[in-house]
Design a protein around this ligand. Structure first.
Ligand SMILES: Cc1cc2nc3c(=O)[nH]c(=O)nc-3n(C[C@H](O)[C@H](O)[C@H](O)COP(=O)(O)O)c2cc1C
Length: 173
C-alpha cells in the first residue's frame, strides 16, 4: 500500500491513449467501496468523456485549469447535504479511493477543486457553473472533478525519507 501511495502524483498532462470503460468501472467501484458517515453514501458521480463538455470544464475554475479540455475522462463528485452534513468528507474519501485505483491501473489523475472556488465565468461559483453544465438538481453540491488519463508527464514517486515527519505529534501537540 505504501508503494502505491508513493506512486500517486497529480498528473496534469495526459496522452491520447484511450481509458477503457473497464478501467472507469474499476475506478468507480473503488469510489463505491469507500466508507461514508453512517453508511449513508451521500455521494453521486458523473462520468464525462464528451469533448465539448470537457472544453467547457476548462472554464470551470479561476485560475483556469487548462488541462481539463485535454483530459480523456473526468469524474465529477457531488454530495447531498440533505443526506448528511459531512458530505464533503464522504466525497473526499471517494476521490481518494478513485485516485489510488487510477494509480494502481497505471493511470494519472488530478483533483480539481470546485467547492468554494470561483469559476472563470463572471466569478460565478465554480460549483454553480458545473451544476448548470451537468444539469445537477438541488440539493446536490459539487465537490470536485477528478481528471483521469494515461500520464503524459513523468513525476518522481514520493519518498519515505522526505516526508514531513515534523507534522506528527505524540501524546500532545
Ligand atoms: C483538496 C485538494 C484540492 C486540489 N485542487 C487542485 C486544483 O484545483 N487544481 C490542481 O491542478 N490540483 C489540485 N490539487 C492537487 C494538489 O495541488 C496536489 O495534490 C499537491 O500539489 C501535491 O502534489 P501531488 O499530488 O503530486 O503529491 C488539489 C488537491 C487536493 C487534495
Amino acid at each position: 500500500m505504501l508503494s502505491l501511495l508513493m506512486k500517486r502524483r497529480s498528473i496534469r498532462k495526459f496522452t491520447d491513449r484511450e481509458v477503457t470503460e473497464e478501467q472507469v468501472k474499476q475506478i468507480l467501484q473503488a469510489a463505491l467501496l469507500s466508507p461514508s458517515a453512517h453508511g449513508r453514501q451521500s455521494w453521486e458521480f458523473i462520468v464525462v468523456r464528451d469533448k465539448n463538455m470537457l472544453q467547457h470544464f476548462g472554464n470551470c475554475r479561476q485560475p483556469k485549469q487548462p488541462f481539463l479540455p485535454e483530459t480523456p475522462v473526468a469524474i465529477a463528485v457531488l454530495g447531498n447535504p440533505e443526506v448528511i452534513d459531512v458530505w464533503v468528507e464522504d466525497g473526499s474519501i471517494a476521490m481518494t479511493h478513485m485516485m489510488l485505483e487510477a494509480t494502481a491501473l497505471g493511470l494519472g489523475s488530478c483533483w480539481v477543486q470546485i467547492r468554494n472556488r470561483p469559476s472563470n465565468q463572471n466569478d460565478m461559483p465554480a460549483a454553480d457553473y458545473i451544476k448548470q453544465l451537468l444539469h445537477v438538481p438541488e440539493p446536490y453540491q459539487v465537490l470536485a472533478i477528478l481528471a483521469l488519463g494515461y500520464p503524459g508527464q513523468e513525476k518522481e514517486p514520493l519518498s519515505l525519507e522526505q516526508l514531513p515527519y515534523h507534522k506528527i505529534h505524540r501524546e500532545r501537540f
